[in-house]
Design a protein around this ligand. Sequence first.
Ligand SMILES: [Zn+2]
Length: 359
Amino acid sequence: MPRTRTRNDAARAAQDAQRWASVVAKDKTADGQFYTAVATTGIYCRPSCAARRPKRENVTFYDTCAEAEAAGYRPCKRCKPNELVPGAQHAAKVAEACRLIMEAEVVPKLDDLARAVGLSPFHFHRLFKSIVGVTPKAYATATRQQRVREKLGRSTSVTEAIYDAGYNSNGRFYATATDILGMTPTDYRGGGANAEIKFAVAQCSLGAILVAASGEGVCAIFLGDDPNELVHEVQDLFPNASLIGGDREFEKLVAHVVGFVETPHAEWDLPLDVRGTAFQHRVWQALRAIPPGETVSYAELARRMGAPKAVRAVAGACAANHVAVAIPCHRVVRTDGNLSGYRWGVERKRTLIEREKIK
Ligand SMILES: [Zn+2]
């Protein structure tokens, strides 16, 4: 098909002319896009190589290092074309890959992503992880989880939300849903539907205390001045659960929790049934690792979790804690040592911190 070949040849010639212009300009943004092989030296270079410019008639362009090497060329020792392209261009490639992952209907394959940004799968994987901090696959999974959480807030059907978020199999979603959401998707949307939660209000040295527990464990510990307000709070937290006033047996549990709150160095020894995102669970774990008597800043907590840039998300997760004292969010203060806020009153926070300082 001569006509087709002519058009391809014309396209190739136009591309080569553009590439040669990049070589003449020593254009760094062209690095990684193609390689310049020089017949007289048997060496191939990046377009921006600082070595003396070869004669145009000796130059052949290749899309990849592999192609240049297959044609018998060796990498230039000066511009090291077969090593990773440094700096900004890397970031641009990774940003492009992130965009592809976010926009894709189904999780793109590693090979496809690498090809799309012009890197070998091996280099791409290494580069992505070094810049983003997680593998492309983990990034894709996290993106989807975020979408599912956003969708579940509005969507009418759980199945619809799963498909909208790019999961192509219900079974796979449900297998990981408990980890992501802390409960099954139906419960998450239903605000605790079908759950039976017992609760009781008592008094402690910090004022009124409400303790609520599901069949799995303690799910709320609230502190306040007005017992009725605490009851409203627990109703707001579990709008679709059956809330049942605690019986005698439950009073023992409440007494146990009060004893824990009153004993600053006691170890929490009851099961917790706290529901949140995987990230919130990580924050809550990190909070429980802070020993009594110690306070840390949000930034320090984020650092300890290995997520130093997530300070605001960490603060958000602390604020989303529903079990006062058992998950000791009161041990987090501002960087300047200021107490900052506390959901159950800054005076209670001060009291708790001061009590714990006494050995
Ligand atoms: Zn070179």
